[in-house]
Design a protein around this ligand. Structure first.
Ligand code: PEP
Length: 268
């Protein structure tokens, strides 16, 4: 089955309002109409969501906007949190869930990840669920069971009709922001195993619709080799998404990979 490639820029806690508007404008200026052939999602801090979505709307850009986090409740006494309704109101259609920085620094657990996934779907938003192992876990030979258990927990009780609306990002923690990338073979193998797990969770047909991205120091120098792995359906990019020229190179690489995959399929 053909899964549309997807490239997401996670700006983390970078860019104030003016900088976020300017960066989204620069990226939009570099984008061409064919960027619609890959789903491109800008994921700024919550306070910049509206500004970035206004730029994209004004430019009639095919790019989409995502939030980095949200609470699972619609409203209430949750100081410092934002709800799915609020991020949707600011123009977001996607939301990261369970990024390793949130799991490690802000107490996010498999249980809260699952609550957020269900709440986002119930409010018409699409979750990008981040999973990934620590270096200790990998060295102990536990990476695969650990990551698949995170996938199963995230989607527990989620109906298979939602499979086309959810995305998984495989992000080995040891590769995030470290400059150290998983080799294309390791990343491809892990994403392949996640696809198999998703086929068990949602059933083979629905499971095949879920995109699995790779994240962890993806940059212009390694993007082509990573996307040459057909089990990797795109990237979740941190550092390299903060420069418009680098991010544009990554999206162009995804467009090339998408064309190559189409040609390979025709040959088969
Ligand atoms: C991320 O934050 O999800 C990420 C992959 O960061 P980086 O690309 O900087 O490693």
């Amino acid at each position: 089955m053909t899964r549309k490639l997807m490239m997401c820029g996670n700006w983390k806690m970078n860019k104030n309002y003016a900088e976020a508007v300017s960066l989204s404008q620069l990226i939009s200026n570099r984008s061409y109409k064919n960027w619609k052939d890959v789903d491109v999602v800008l994921i700024p801090p919550a306070c910049d969501l509206k500004g970035v979505s206004n730029v994209l709307e004004f430019d009639h850009s095919p790019m989409q906007v995502g939030a980095q986090n949200c609470h699972w409740e619609e409203s209430g006494a949750y100081t410092g949190e934002v709800s799915p309704l609020m991020i949707r109101d600011c123009g977001a259609t996607w939301c990261l869930v369970g990024h390793s920085e949130r799991r490690q620094m802000f107490g996010e657990t498999d249980t809260t990840v699952n609550l957020k996934v269900k709440s986002l779907l119930a409010h018409g938003l699409k979750p990008i669920v981040c999973v990934g192992e620590t270096l200790e876990c990998r060295e102990a030979g536990e990476a695969l069971p650990f990551v698949t258990s995170q996938v199963r927990a995230a989607f527990a009780g989620v109906d298979a009709r939602h499979a086309g609306e959810v995305v998984v990002a495989y992000e080995p923690i040891w590769a995030i922001g470290t400059g150290r990338t998983a080799t294309p073979e390791v990343a491809g193998e892990m994403c392949g195993a996640i696809h198999e797990c998703l086929a068990e969770v949602f059933g083979p047909e629905a499971g095949e619709r879920v995109r699995v991205l790779y994240g962890g120091s993806m940059k212009p120098a390694n993007v082509e080799r990573l996307l040459a792995q057909e089990t990797i359906d795109g990237g979740l990019i941190g550092g390299a998404s903060l420069k418009d020229e680098d991010f544009a190179i990554l999206v162009e690489a995804a467009l090339k990979a998408s064309t190559a995959r189409g040609a390979n399929r025709l040959k088969k």
